[in-house]
Write a protein that binds this ligand. Structure first.
Ligand code: HEC
Ligand code: HEC
Ligand code: HEC
Ligand code: HEC
Ligand code: HEC
Length: 486
């Protein structure tokens, strides 16, 4: 404590004398996520290996903006570290290090992963982000070797060249051992699975451990497999299609519940809604789908459409949007799209902007509410509480002024104000639609307490015309018309 206040007074002096040119911790934020919403791996590698312990951590650092400067994604002249507090070793929590030689042809130091990363260390600096591949995390914390903790919080820290802490955050680093061939009650033992395997292509049930992707192509591990042998995804899904359509028989799982984001909790999606049945997952590969590389997409015409699409030809996890930020930076990972049903996934967003959900508060990065359009053309909205007393009903009032808009030739942007009353706490959605019911903008997507509110909306990207705006919260929904003049 004492040391810190000394540092504060020194930096105060520096700021005083050098006019705010020095680095201040509050000038930076770091956002971190995992490339997959879930990573599963085997615990026991003595008989079968499907996936090794191999987690991938990503982070982007943003130098915050202010009234004069936009924010910037930075990765030069800073460094970043990662750790998983309370989880410091993996040897013994899995026997991977007894078999990595036979399975992967490498000899690893204990607790070191396949890409040279351990359970803590430096993130690698990339052009616009930081990453650590192959972190060999297990779902067992040091304190509890019996029960899986599939959603542990990591700790990411960012430092300047003088080792001053600039920013930190706590992403979930998901991992589960719930690959249930035996525990699901389907197979009597892993050896039994091997005994049942066809004796083709040099398969020997006693030459253990067997690494399925040695022969079956697996893009997750970059393993080409043997020529002529169908890919792992194709055989595993087709083989089981007659037996089950329950993805959690193999994917983690009844306990883990890896699908936990808003698509499930707020919109009731199940795996099959996006991926098809077990049979379709397998048969689509036979028909040319590349496992792990051709996956569902937010931008699909039947889903959110072009305006909310991934970069063309790229996966969600590899795509970037507004300001050069990864989609996952603002939305969370696939299967954990914010706001998540698992509180730990929401820790980061709450720390950054005070509420869970998409990073949708422009001030988080900009420091201010910018005038121009932000992510997906969204404009900043300024929300004010007029009264915190619970009103007797939900109400959406007519906007004023109405019509509103830029008066041509004068260059002055006129925004409009929308008032509404909230009776019970809940997530408020205030959206703008065109006459065909197509959503054009989200003004608010925020949890609010009861009260009377007004929000200033700057619809500067709307062309002249008639629009609808709709308030929905809990079971209430009301729509009104507004006019834009140019
Ligand atoms: C040494 C090579 C090899 C290894 C290792 C291997 N397989 Fe296979 N597997 C094959 C071949 C060859 C086939 C037959 C492909 C065909 O039908 O053309 C096959 C077929 C299959 C099938 C389809 C069987 C059927 O009845 O349709 C499944 C399921 C399967 N393998 C699962 C696995 C699993 C799980 C593992 C890891 C435990 C594994 N394989 C490891 C070579 C291998
Ligand atoms: C019998 C076990 C089993 C069941 C049931 C199962 N999966 Fe899988 N799935 C696997 C395994 C094993 C892999 C890993 C394959 C690999 O490493 O390439 C996998 C990989 C995948 C992949 C990534 C590879 C690809 O094909 O793109 C998707 C997507 C997938 N499964 C979706 C599903 C969905 C959706 C369901 C339920 C409708 C389901 N799976 C049910 C065992 C299963
Ligand atoms: C709302 C749609 C949606 C639902 C529901 C969904 N997925 Fe996915 N899934 C995706 C998308 C999108 C991707 C591709 C992510 C990317 O492009 O980076 C994906 C990718 C995957 C992958 C490949 C690895 C990865 O994470 O990228 C697996 C395996 C998978 N899903 C399994 C499942 C299982 C099992 C379920 C149900 C428990 C499920 N998915 C539910 C949309 C969905
Ligand atoms: C800077 C943050 C940011 C980035 C980066 C970002 N988004 Fe968004 N996205 C938002 C905000 C804010 C919304 C408005 C809804 C909300 O507040 O939840 C939104 C909404 C969405 C929606 C829901 C639209 C609807 O129909 O309601 C989808 C889908 C989406 N984004 C996909 C993506 C994809 C794909 C990428 C990457 C190419 C991406 N976003 C990048 C902030 C971002
Ligand atoms: C998660 C961080 C983040 C959030 C949230 C965010 N932005 Fe940005 N924004 C950026 C970054 C980074 C840039 C890139 C600036 C550059 O490098 O030129 C940017 C650029 C912009 C620009 C162009 C540069 C400028 O400042 O004139 C506008 C306009 C903008 N954002 C508006 C918005 C609006 C409106 C919102 C809220 C609805 C928003 N942004 C939310 C990070 C963010």
């Amino acid at each position: 404590m004492r040391k810190r206040s000394f540092a504060f007074s020194v930096s105060f002096l520096v700021i005083f004398f050098f006019g705010f040119s020095s680095i201040k911790a509050q000038d930076y934020i770091v956002i971190s996520w995992n490339d997959l919403g879930m990573h599963c791996c085997n615990q026991d590698f003595s008989t079968i290996s499907i996936l090794p312990p191999y987690n991938n951590i990503f982070a982007q650092v943003i130098q915050k903006g202010d009234a004069l400067n936009p924010p910037h994604v930075v990765s030069q002249n800073i460094s970043a570290t990662y750790e998983i507090p309370g989880n410091t070793y993996s040897v013994g929590k899995t026997n991977f290090w007894d078999y990595e030689d036979k399975l992967f042809g490498v000899n690893l130091e204990p607790n070191m992963g396949l890409e040279g990363h351990g359970l803590s260390g430096n993130l690698d600096q990339q052009s616009d982000h930081f990453s650590a591949f192959g972190v060999p995390l297990t779902p067992y914390t040091d304190a509890d070797l019996q029960h899986e903790d599939a959603f542990q919080l990591g700790l990411i820290r960012v430092y300047d060249t003088q080792s001053n802490l600039l920013a930190e955050t706590q992403p979930v680093i998901p991992v589960s051992n719930e690959i249930n061939c035996v525990s699901s009650g389907c197979h009597s033992s892993e050896q039994d699975i091997l005994n049942e395997h066809e004796r083709e292509g040099g398969f020997d049930p006693n030459d253990k451990p067997v690494f399925c992707s040695d022969c079956h192509e697996d893009n997750a591990l970059n393993k080409p497999g043997h020529a002529g042998v169908p890919s792992f995804s194709e055989v595993i899904h087709k083989k089981h299609a007659d037996k089950t359509n329950d993805c959690y028989k193999c994917h983690p799982g009844p306990n883990t519940q890896c699908l936990r984001g808003t698509m499930k909790t707020d919109h009731n999606f199940v795996c099959q809604d996006c991926h098809g049945s077990v049979r379709e997952v397998g048969v689509s590969v036979e028909n040319g789908r590349r496992p792990w590389l051709d996956e569902p997409s937010c931008g699909d015409a039947n889903c959110h459409g072009n305006k909310y699409a991934e970069e063309s030809g790229k996966l969600y996890k590899d795509s970037k949007g507004h300001g050069g930020l990864y989609c996952s930076a603002c939305h969370g990972e696939q299967h954990a799209i914010a706001p998540s049903g698992n509180d730990r996934d929401n820790v980061q967003a709450i720390a950054l902007q005070g509420h869970s959900g998409t990073l949708n508060d422009c001030k988080t990065c900009h420091g201010i509410n910018p005038d121009g359009p932000g992510p997906h053309g969204l404009l900043a909205s300024v929300l004010e509480t007029m009264s915190p007393n619970p009103p007797s009903s939900y109400t959406l009032f007519q906007n004023y002024p109405n019509p509103f808009g830029e008066l041509s030739g004068k260059g002055n942007q006129l925004s409009t104000t929308i008032r509404f009353n909230i009776q019970k706490p809940g997530r408020v959605h205030l959206d703008v639609f065109d006459l065909n019911g197509r959503k054009l903008a989200t003004i608010l997507n925020k949890k609010l307490n009861p009260g009377e509110y007004r929000v200033q909306y700057n619809g500067s990207f709307l062309a002249a015309g008639v629009y609808f705006y709709r308030l929905s919260i809990n079971h209430f929904s009301q729509t009104r018309k507004m006019f834009v003049m140019r």
